[in-house]
Design a protein around this ligand. Structure first.
Ligand code: HEC
Length: 179
């Protein structure tokens, strides 16, 4: 008898807990469907948040290239362009400048990665950094000056000793290399 009571009480507590959890999960998203969409749209990452990932990947690309890990460099560049596209969507006023950065500064880096040409990569990397800071100056953020970190931020081994074919790298970078 006592056991049955305790099972019933446990079941009741679980049900109340689940109801509380469900209520908590949805209570912040209120109003009409349109209002809910607005609430969700307003918390999508803007350029400041996008730039944190953008610059982290920039440094990762650099260190991957120095380590001869061209696959990792290509992957980081591909992801960099993907987060850039989030910025283009949420801040359409900046989309043209970001596209200009991609065509003018990131595409040359993509070609250097496919060619596994470190000398050309290092030159084009410096040009790309100049592009970053020129855009900061042009948009009123001249105090944001990119600086390569002393170490890559990605917690991954970069000197894996792997070799890559141009085809493999081209496949990873197909989006940015497309005319
Ligand atoms: C569209 C022009 C543009 C380009 C190109 C650009 N940025 Fe930015 N960046 C901005 C703007 C605008 C901000 C300020 C963000 C905001 O609106 O809050 C910013 C902010 C930043 C920040 C500060 C982020 C933070 O909040 O902590 C960093 C770091 C940064 N950019 C790095 C880079 C790097 C690295 C590149 C090049 C690989 C780059 N940016 C290219 C426009 C640009």
């Amino acid at each position: 008898m006592q056991r049955r009571w305790s099972i019933a009480i446990t079941g009741g507590i679980l049900a109340i807990g689940a109801a509380l959890l469900l209520a908590q999960n949805t209570s912040w998203l209120t109003g009409t469907v349109d209002q809910k969409f607005d609430t969700l749209a307003n918390i999508q990452p803007g350029l400041g948040t996008v730039m944190i990932e953008y610059s982290t990947r920039m440094g990762n690309i650099y260190y991957a290239a120095q380590a001869g890990n061209w696959g990792m460099a290509a992957y980081q560049l591909k992801e960099m362009v993907e987060i850039q596209e989030v910025g283009e969507t949420t801040r359409p006023g900046r989309a043209a400048a970001l596209k200009g950065m991609e065509q003018g500064a990131l595409k040359p880096l993509a070609l250097d990665i496919v060619n596994q040409n470190l000398t050309a990569f290092n030159t084009d990397f410096n040009t790309a950094v100049a592009f970053c800071n020129a855009c900061h100056a042009a948009t009123g953020f001249d105090y944001v000056v990119y600086k390569l970190p002393a170490q890559p931020e990605v917690p991954a081994k970069l000197d894996t000793g792997q070799t890559f074919t141009a085809q493999q790298l081209q496949t990873l970078l197909a989006g940015i290399l497309a005319p």
